[in-house]
Design a binder for this molecule. Structure first.
Ligand code: PRT
Ligand code: ZN
Length: 221
């Protein structure tokens, strides 16, 4: 990689955007952000910030397009499994776990559906945005079931007969409640993490990387 500036990918819009940006500002990065910017130059360090969809962050770091990224573990693990299955290299390091972005990926049943452990999951049709994580869970628990991949509004699927049940992110549980669903099994717990590419970087950027990592290491958020 022959670049003179480090690249850090963060979410452009959404739940992780503000916390990710605040974290970097607290680390001493001096940067003006305009509303629709996809890339911003940090003024006091050789760093560029890239603003992208969270789903693109793991791949950009794994491919060495970006040096660092801040993303939820749910998105990171889903991408890692997908890439492994499809023969892509997935080298990256998790540098730090943060307190923000906490949620869990859980299976939730319509309230009237009986649940008595993993056996109740067999043969059902699941709507989810995390087909790879769900499939891994099925493999590990010897469950045969159908997975329907949807990119949003997952919780409505049972109500409109698209699926029997769902596997989606939960934080307060309010959305499940509003859709008459009950959480029956957590597949993973998740939080925002800083990931780093393992690709070689120009020697001139070493000091900047050390500065950034030491600042982030001291962060408690
Ligand atoms: O546009 P882009 O692709 O970047 O954003 P996105 O729409 O895919 O993601 P976004 O901004 O919604 O979430 C970004 C990340 O925040 C997720 O990948 C998680 O790591 C984390 N996170 C934390 C959550 C939640 N909490 C959360 N509650 N992501 C989504 N939700 C949704 C969930 O899907 C469900 O619809 O909120 C609803 C449930 O919330 P409760 O509080 O009602 O349980
Ligand atoms: Zn996304």
């Amino acid at each position: 990689m022959n670049r003179e500036r480090l690249r850090i990918a963060i979410q452009k819009k959404g739940r992780l955007n503000r916390d990710s940006l605040d974290l970097l500002l607290r680390c001493g990065l001096n940067v003006q952000i305009s509303q629709n910017a996809l890339l911003s130059h940090v003024e006091n360090l050789p760093i560029d910030l890239l603003f992208v969809r969270d789903d693109d962050i793991p791949g950009m770091v794994m491919d060495g397009i970006c040096d660092f990224g801040i993303v939820g573990e749910n998105v990171l693990l889903e991408k890692e499994i997908y890439r492994k299955r499809n023969g892509y290299n997935s080298t990256f390091k998790v540098i730090k776990k943060f307190e923000f972005g906490r949620c869990r990926l859980s299976i939730a049943f319509p309230k009237e559906f009986p649940y008595s452990g993993s056996i109740s999951l067999k043969g059902l049709r699941f709507a989810t945005s995390y087909p790879n994580l769900l499939q891994e869970f099925f493999y590990a628990n010897d469950i045969k079931a159908d997975i329907l991949t949807v990119s949003g509004s997952v919780e409505i699927a049972p109500e409109i007969d698209m699926a029997d049940t769902v596997c989606d992110l939960v934080s307060t549980g309010k959305t499940l409640e509003e859709n008459n669903l009950k959480e029956v099994k957590t597949i993973i717990n998740s939080q925002a993490v800083l990931i780093s590419s393992t690709k070689a970087r120009p020697i001139e950027l070493k000091n900047c990387i050390q500065f950034l990592c030491s600042k982030i290491e001291g962060e408690v958020i």
